[in-house]
Design a protein. Structure first.
Ligand code: HEM
Ligand code: HEM
Length: 225
């Protein structure tokens, strides 16, 4: 029998694994500040004409925070091979994990949340689309002030609806990460601060060995004792 934990329950074996490289975390939090600020200042420009000039100034300042954050994230997509920052981690894959995450959502958490290693398998491709949406938002934003638009295209026609989509992403993303953290106990939110996710080790299949299983990666850590 396992020895009791500090509060008398069965003691759990946990493994703390470094998942999120520092530059990815830096990009994440720079994007949080810049994208949230751009969304709010954009909303002010659209809905509060009296605040237009001041909001516009803030908007353009925040744009210069988003540009380096996204540029670094795009560089990491191509240089972060083998880490959670590489583009391969954001491609649609691990269909079982995608299905199980969807089942968790549509049953309002009645079915179990699957386990995964770094990015949630359902959200990973959404993040890739989101990074591309930010790129389109930057290009269209800088084109708004251009004297003549290329190909007779009005960039506001792209900028405004993309802003709505980005707002929807932020809302759903924050709800999802909070629910995932609550239901998985993997410290997902603080992992985006210090880089380490916590995994529960499964009961040993072979005496003397502890295993932790996730959907996505083959190189899941194995602890032998
Ligand atoms: C509101 C603005 C936010 C934006 C634009 C944003 C953007 C992103 C992006 C692009 C990723 C993918 C990571 C990557 O590979 O680059 C991500 C992941 C993540 N974000 Fe955010 N985020 C926002 C807010 C937050 C907040 C407020 C939290 C914490 C409460 C959070 C926690 C996380 C976590 C834990 C992940 C990894 C989750 C997973 O892979 O499923 N994010 N976020
Ligand atoms: C997440 C990123 C962004 C969001 C959510 C966002 C959102 C918005 C919104 C909602 C508007 C008002 C559109 C309208 O009047 O219908 C706007 C306007 C504008 N945005 Fe952005 N934006 C973002 C990024 C950028 C960037 C990177 C730039 C680059 C300079 C930029 C430049 C502008 C300009 C010049 C305007 C027009 C201001 C005016 O009406 O005088 N935006 N944005």
């Amino acid at each position: 029998m396992k020895p009791p934990g500090p509060h008398g329950g069965e003691r759990e074996r946990l493994q703390r694994t470094y998942i999120w490289p520092a530059p990815l975390r830096l990009c994440h939090w720079l994007m949080v500040v810049s994208v949230a600020g751009l969304w709010i200042s954009g909303w002010f420009m659209q809905h509060l004409p009296g605040w237009h000039a001041a909001s516009r100034e803030q908007h353009l300042m925040l744009a210069w925070l988003l540009v380096p954050a996204l540029a670094l994230r795009l560089v990491l997509l191509f240089t972060g091979k083998g880490s959670a920052a590489g583009w391969r981690d954001l491609l649609p894959q691990h269909w079982q994990g995608v299905r199980d995450t969807l089942r968790f959502y549509v049953t309002f958490g009645q079915l179990p949340l699957p386990r995964w290693y770094a990015h949630n398998p359902l959200w990973a491709p959404v993040y890739l689309l989101f990074l591309l949406a930010l790129l389109a938002q930057i290009v269209s934003g800088f084109l708004i002030d251009a004297e003549r638009f290329p190909f007779g295209f009005d960039p506001v026609q792209l900028h405004a609806p993309l802003a709505t989509a980005i707002g929807a992403f932020m809302l759903l993303h924050v709800i999802a990460v909070l629910v995932h953290d609550w239901r998985s106990g993997n410290s997902d939110v603080s992992a985006m601060l210090h880089g380490y996710r916590i995994f529960r080790l499964e009961k040993p299949q072979v005496p003397g060995e502890q295993v932790v299983r996730f959907e996505p990666r083959d190189e899941a850590p194995t602890e032998k004792s």
